[in-house]
Design a protein around this ligand. Structure first.
Ligand code: BGC
Length: 489
């Protein structure tokens, strides 16, 4: 548990930085006279850095192990946080944010992988879910820091160093992953770690299975040969598809634009809209506990299926409910819309600042929504966030951590995580343009259809992995075990 909590600090870094920028940009923009585009560059630097960090982490983790990768990420993050806080120009800030992103990308690969390799099979899901829990807590904390520290943006960025220090220092006291040690031929050390983290009987079996796994793959001299195995290819397709769809179902668009959506639906008071942001953040944290409690007993598939079904439904209702706005907006504000397209093209979700929230450009805050529609919208957004938080949020990280065979693990994780950040960047860069081009209703319906696709994908292609050892999962994937065949033990 200590290992899982320590590693989850990587999630805290991720969440904190996703959230902190919205408050910081308000004041930064003035200090550095940042244009809209300048703000977008500063914001997306983190995502670009995460993408690069995730890809590089594949090589690094394979060579030096998950523990070392997490320590490195913590250290990079501390440097990046201080450099951001001390920046004196938009350029240095962008470079510092890129560095922070690299740290985040490395933990996204190394944290779930390291925890999956060290956790006992019957608690693995819960332990990796702590990573997602810390992401959601990081987002909440950043909202609170933004409110409390305003207008001191240097403090906002600088405080991000705290979880970085905890991660870097804390990890130095943790053991290396037994699977990584074994893959470097350090069997005696691997055995010691297994003895410390598993029951004696389980430790013996685990060591034998790891050894057998390594023997069967010894002849592979290059990492890409690992993907010749059916198990590795299936793991790659399943995890990367789900990692990309975690973003294509619109989670960050909804998280960032929730206040605007509420305003559009009829909650015109700015304070109410800001409160709504906090409510969304809180629901995101609380619903993650459902997974912590259920993931190893109920299994991954069921939670994903329920969650995705809930998201299809809530997004579908939002889409239909917003239809009437789009029609009236089209008639009333066609001129406004084209002006908005010019200013918001390629905006990232995180570029949405509290100022935007107070005066939304693309979603006019006229009190056109009836009271019942406003409440319906609030309920739908909350249901959507809760469903994400107990399904696609944590389970993508759980599956990325546990599905790959040993030899393909680092590279596979890096590709799936890289896909996740890339999709995150794309949704961010296109969301506002989509709103103006297609209208809110069609945008929600598009997200709903993405969630529908992900649901069908899980139903037909995802085998149950709960309660199985990493080596058993590899066997299931290699044998093409039909989805859901292994009930949770
Ligand atoms: C996603 C993030 C998202 C967060 C919300 C994570 O699993 O990868 O993009 O912001 O969940 O809680």
């Amino acid at each position: 548990m200590l290992i899982a909590i320590m590693t989850a600090c990587g999630g805290l870094l991720f969440g904190y930085d996703v959230g902190v920028i919205s408050g910081a940009l308000l004041f930064l923009g003035k200090n550095f006279s940042l244009t809209d585009q300048g703000q977008e560059v500063v914001t997306s630097a983190v995502l670009v850095g995460s993408f690069l960090g995730a890809l590089g982490a594949g090589w690094y983790t394979r060579r030096f192990g998950g523990r070392s990768a997490n320590m490195l990420a913590g250290a990079i993050f501390v440097v990046g946080a201080f450099a951001s806080a001390a920046s004196d120009s938009a350029e240095t800030l962008t470079m510092s944010r890129l560095l922070v992103g690299i740290g985040i990308g490395i933990t996204a690969v190394a944290a779930p992988l390291y925890v999956a390799e060290i956790a006992p099979p019957d608690r693995r899901g819960m332990m990796i879910t702590l990573y997602q829990l810390f992401i959601t807590i990081g987002i909440m904390v950043s909202y609170i820091v933004d409110l409390a520290a305003a207008p001191h943006w240097r403090v906002m960025f600088g405080l991000g160093a705290v979880p970085g220090v905890v991660l870097a220092v804390g990890m130095s006291f943790m053991p290396s992953s037994p699977r990584w040690l074994a893959s470097r031929g350090r069997m005696a050390e691997a055995k010691k770690v297994l003895d410390r983290t598993l029951e004696p009987a389980l430790a013996e079996t685990a060591l034998r299975e790891i050894q057998a796994d390594l023997d069967s793959q010894k002849s592979q001299s290059h990492w890409w040969l690992a993907f010749r195995s059916r198990a590795a290819r299936r793991a790659l397709v399943i995890t990367t598809t789900l990692a990309v769809f975690q973003q294509l179902i619109g989670i960050n668009a909804i998280i960032y634009y929730a206040p605007r959506i509420f305003q559009k639906a009829g909650f015109v008071d700015e304070k109410a809209a800001l409160w709504a942001t906090l409510v969304v953040g809180l629901v995101n944290v609380v619903a993650t506990f459902i997974t912590i409690g259920m993931v190893d007993k109920t299994g991954r598939r069921k939670l994903l299926i329920w969650g995705l079904a809930g998201m299809v439904t809530s997004l579908g209702i939002l889409g239909i409910a917003f239809k009437q706005f789009d029609n009236s907006d089209n008639q009333k504000t066609s001129q406004q819309a084209s002006a908005a397209t010019a200013t918001t093209t390629a905006a990232t979700p995180a570029a949405s600042t509290f100022a935007d929230v107070a005066s939304p450009k693309d979603l006019p805050s006229t009190p056109e929504g009836s009271e019942s529609l406003a409440w319906l919208t609030l309920v739908c957004v909350i249901v959507y966030i809760a469903c994400f938080a107990f399904s696609m949020g944590p389970l993508v990280w759980v599956l990325i951590g546990e599905m790959f065979p040993l030899q393909a693990r680092c590279t596979g994780n890096a590709i799936a995580c890289g896909g996740n950040y890339f999709a995150n960047f794309i949704v961010g860069a296109t969301f506002l343009s989509m709103l103006t081009a297609f209208g809110a209703s069609n945008t929600f319906l598009l997200f709903a259809s993405m969630a529908m696709f992900a649901l069908l994908f899980v139903l037909f292609f995802l085998p149950e992995t709960a309660g199985r050892t990493l080596e058993e999962i590899e066997r299931d994937l290699g044998e093409g075990t039909p989805s859901g065949q292994h009930p949770v033990r």
